[in-house]
Write a protein that binds this ligand. Structure first.
Ligand SMILES: Nc1ncnc2c1ncn2[C@@H]1O[C@H](COP(=O)(O)OP(=O)(O)OP(=O)(O)O)[C@@H](O)[C@H]1O
Length: 255
């Protein structure tokens, strides 16, 4: 997917041969509210990279900017990966599908756009037994898995997943991480947002900490633990997010 600000390019200061996707000084405003603030970030080929941060800190908006669904107010997003047949696979936070189609018919449509095999996609996300179920009759977790199948159609070199484990039972959440891990092992650049700190700590190559629209730090999990002098990612998170609070910090709200 390309946008005015998203161009295929291999020349820039911050990236190297491993870089697949670059955000360079990206800011996004909604009216008077700045939701993403001067973010520079790379996603590398072959890495599983997590975005973690409190509710409302800007993770979804940043993923939408990286996916080309929204335009930055300032700054640029650059794709540095192959663009055929599809550059970016994206799992939205709230996937929706056209009613009355079955799971298989839905993936058949998306697969036909990129010459992929819908049954293989369905199998990869564990939904073969639901092939003939209509999308409006799928559970929330099954709908998310179907959306992952859609995101993977065409084997995109960049995969962006917005809370892929949300609403999934522990077994399917583990499967989701296994799929993300295997995509990275096959060379894809995989970035996903999550509130599951334990799985991110266990499985990710790098983690970016998001707070109030800023990416405050990007590092491998073990380096974050060392830097923050703690033994768990929760300790890192609480340090960055200012400790546990009883209310969401709402960007732009007067408090
Ligand atoms: N279209 C919009 N117009 C105005 N404000 C918006 C819009 N989209 C998002 N926001 C605001 O931007 C902020 C960041 O939202 P975003 O969904 O990016 O956060 P998040 O980190 O993904 O949150 P969560 O973890 O709860 O999913 C929130 O305050 C949200 O209300």
């Amino acid at each position: 997917m390309t946008t005015n600000q998203t161009t295929a390019s291999r020349s820039n200061g911050a990236s190297d041969d491993e870089t697949a996707l670059v955000a360079d000084g990206v800011t996004r405003e909604f009216g008077s509210v700045t939701v993403v603030k001067d973010v520079s970030l790379t996603v590398r080929r072959g890495e599983l990279h997590a975005l973690i941060g409190p509710n409302g800190s800007g993770k979804t908006t940043l993923l939408e900017l990286l996916a080309g669904i929204r335009q930055p107010t300032t700054g640029t997003v650059r794709v540095e990966a192959e663009t055929q047949p599809r550059t970016i696979g994206y799992l939205p936070q709230r996937p929706e599908f056209r009613p009355s189609f079955t799971a298989l018919e839905t993936l058949t449509f998306y697969a036909s756009l990129v010459d992929d095999d819908p049954e293989a996609l369905l199998s990869r996300v564990g939904l073969s037994d639901a092939a003939n179920r209509r999308v409006e009759d799928l559970s929330g977790g099954m709908t998310r898995l179907l959306a992952l199948g859609q995101a993977l159609a065409g084997d995109p070199p960049i995969v962006l997943l917005d809370e892929p484990g949300s609403g999934l039972d522990p077994g399917m959440r583990a499967r989701m991480i296994d799929i993300a891990r295997s995509l990275a092992a096959e060379g894809a650049a995989v970035l996903y947002s999550t509130h599951d700190l334990a799985l991110a700590e266990q499985h990710c190559d790098r983690i970016s900490l998001v707070d109030a629209g800023h990416v405050v730090e990007t590092a491998p999990p073990e380096a974050l633990l060392t830097d923050h002098d703690t033994t768990t990612l929760r300790g890192v998170f609480e340090g960055v997010a200012g400790g546990s609070d009883d209310a969401v910090t709402v960007l732009g709200a007067d408090r």
